[in-house]
Design a protein around this ligand. Structure first.
Ligand code: FPP
Length: 239
């Protein structure tokens, strides 16, 4: 018989869902619209999915909103994304209050422009005691950068190498107080991790859909959860 801890039928709704929201640009291009238009539609979709995840009592939802690599995009696109972030934060604060959503971030957020950091701090403070969904925005985030920053902090703390185990490393990551993602959804049909939650996704289940992010629906979100529930999670153990 497999050990109970190594074989779990995922009969439960995932506690933590991560989403790689890909395909805004291609969605816009298909309609002869600008990439900015695609990102605006992407923000609208993010709002719809946050409300739905909250309604479904998901505990953590991490949205990959801006990667560390995205800084290399044209300045106008980066600036559009930063402005959209600020608008999203101010327009959705009432939603977060109504739905008891707590906002937090992961990533090298010190690199964000001042106006974006100010808006983030404002909404994070206002929602810090909320008890419902924790919405995690991955901003200026990449898994390798996160792990590198964790190693730097461990060295700075003069840790004895023998005391550095997996729990120690986890406790230095941006996600230190969060459960690992159970399910990671990726839109637009690309089968890669793109540096998203590298350490934390060791045993995450992936759900990849061809749908571009602006066309993703709450029904497909539910389908991804149903698919997750049907899987056997063995965490490296035997069936
Ligand atoms: C990837 O699609 C998406 C991004 C780089 C940005 C993701 C951001 C959003 C969906 C907006 C949500 C923002 C907030 C504040 C919640 P892409 O533009 O690379 O698309 P492509 O691969 O088709 O070009």
């Amino acid at each position: 018989m497999p050990k109970e801890s190594t074989m779990q039928k995922t009969s439960m709704t995932p506690t933590h869902i991560g989403i790689i929201m890909d395909g805004n640009g291609r969605w816009a291009q298909a309609q002869n619209k600008s990439r900015s238009h695609g990102h605006q539609a992407g923000v609208k979709k993010a709002i719809e999915i946050v409300k739905h995840a909250s309604h479904r009592n998901i505990r953590y939802l991490t949205l990959y909103a801006f990667s560390n690599e995205n800084w290399s995009r044209p300045e106008t696109e980066v600036s559009t994304l930063m402005k959209l972030l600020k608008e999203f934060l101010f327009s959705e604060l009432p939603t977060f209050i109504e739905h008891d959503v707590r906002l937090t971030t992961i990533g090298d957020t010190a690199k964000l422009p001042f106006f974006a950091r100010e808006a983030l701090n404002h909404v994070i403070n206002k929602t810090q005691n909320h008890q419902g969904l924790t919405l995690v925005l991955a901003l200026s985030y990449s898994g390798r950068n996160e792990i590198t920053r964790a190693i730097q902090a461990i060295c700075k703390a003069h840790k004895n190498p023998m005391d550095i185990d997996e729990n120690c490393i986890s406790s230095y990551l941006d996600t230190k107080n969060m459960p690992d993602p159970d399910l990671i959804i990726r839109t637009s049909g690309e089968f890669r991790t793109s540096n998203f939650l590298l350490w934390q996704s060791a045993y995450s289940e992936y759900y990849v859909t061809q749908t571009f992010w602006p066309d993703f629906t709450t029904t497909e979100f539910d389908t991804a959860i149903e698919d997750f529930i049907s899987r056997d999670r063995r965490f490296g153990g035997v069936a």
